[in-house]
Design a protein around this ligand. Structure first.
Ligand code: COA
Length: 341
């Protein structure tokens, strides 16, 4: 009997060239390098120049992915696009990328789970492959967030956190007999656990444009700052540490794996203190948790695949390694994937 599993074939990422340091931000709002480093771990982030859209960053990331894997547009039969910053309110960015890069007229599905976009995307790709609906899925995670941030002192609690960036992975089907699949060290996507709790929706949101505003966007929305992201940082922080630790414990338990057997945890990059808390909770040494928040800030859906891409470039992953990815984001949404490299 044939068995099908999903494996990550390759990764590519791209960030826009313009680097914005904490010092740069301190010249336009009341903040300081010391505050940002101490409270978040961020040193700098990358911002797009005017006219660069989410689909442009996505395209560069996909081109890098294709260079790394030797694959091309003709090899993909499904596009999943995770973003909170689409080029247009509608349609999604998936079809825009499909047309721009000349993919066949394959399905293109946008995922709207914010910082959890990658973990939701991996789970969805795995389900599409195992159910026979797709053979090779392109999962793209891309964000252009800088133009929407409130770059005044009133918005400093969110403005200093976020950056722009993109990454893409190919997830493909591998079929064979059960024994063949087991012989391959059972590499691939082993499990995913996802969750949501909409009671936290207003703790991190961008209200307008949206159907809750008459006409989707009112003058009042602009005056009140409803077209900028608003965050109750402490509530988000508390929920993030709790849910991320919980979902990692749950996926390890369900797969009968102990924390000491994990080779690398790749957490969402929202705040270094959140990731340190998670590391301590799992009793892991520093080298078993991958972070790059100091260079990019929070690139929302793109954080985990950018980390994955850099982990490969730095030789931090070897065949057979057990990896946990974990994220928490607006919604609230969260999730974890267990992967064998
Ligand atoms: N620079 C300087 N001071 C700042 C600041 C900034 N960028 N942002 C906030 N402050 C000030 C506040 O105004 C407050 O001043 P006050 O004590 O005079 O009122 C003080 O710093 C402490 O603010 P607080 O919000 O309690 O700080 P914090 O330690 O909770 O850190 C966050 C704020 C946003 C960094 C933190 O709450 C956080 O990371 N939350 C989660 C964010 C997140 O994960 N978001 C994405 C989810 S995917």
């Amino acid at each position: 009997m044939q068995h099908t599993k999903s494996v990550i074939r390759g990764v590519g990422h791209y960030v826009p060239p313009r680097v914005v340091t904490n010092h740069d931000l301190s010249t336009i709002m009341e903040t300081s390098n010391e505050w940002i480093v101490e409270r978040t771990g961020i040193l700098e982030r990358h911002f797009v120049d005017e006219g660069v859209h989410t689909s442009h960053l996505a395209e560069q990331a996909v081109r890098n992915l294709f260079d790394n894997t030797g694959l091309g547009v003709k090899d993909v039969d499904y596009i999943l696009f995770a973003t909170l910053s689409p080029d247009f309110y509608f349609p999604g960015v998936g079809p825009i990328l499909q047309n721009r890069m000349g993919f066949h007229r394959i399905p293109a599905l946008d995922i709207r789970t914010q910082c959890s976009g990658f973990v939701y995307g991996v789970s969805t790709a795995d389900a599409l492959i195992r159910s026979g609906q797709a053979g090779r899925v392109l999962l793209v995670c891309a964000e252009v967030q800088s133009p929407v941030l409130d770059m005044t002192t009133a918005g400093r609690d969110t403005a200093v956190l976020f950056g722009d960036g993109a990454a893409a992975v190919i997830i493909e089907s591998q079929s064979g007999s059960r024994s063949q699949i087991l012989k391959d060290q059972n590499s691939g996507i082993l499990d995913s656990i996802l969750g949501s709790d909409g009671s936290g929706a207003e703790a991190l949101c961008l209200r307008a444009p949206g159907s809750a505003s008459v006409g989707f966007i009112r003058h009042e929305d602009i005056e009140k700052g409803n077209t900028r992201p608003k965050m109750d940082g402490r509530t988000v922080f508390k929920n993030a540490v709790t849910r991320m630790a919980e979902v990692v414990s749950e996926i390890l338990e369900r797969n009968k794996v102990s924390a000491s057997e994990i080779d690398l945890v790749i957490p969402h990059q929202a705040n270094m203190r959140i990731n340190e808390f998670l590391r301590e909770k799992l009793h892991l040494p520093k080298e078993k948790v991958f972070n790059n928040i100091e260079k990019y800030g929070n690139t929302t859906s793109a954080t985990i695949p950018i980390c994955l891409s850099e982990a490969i470039q730095q030789g931090r992953l070897k065949k057979g390694d057990l990896i946990v990815t974990v994220a928490f984001g607006a919604g609230f949404t969260w999730g974890a994937n267990l992967l064998r490299w």
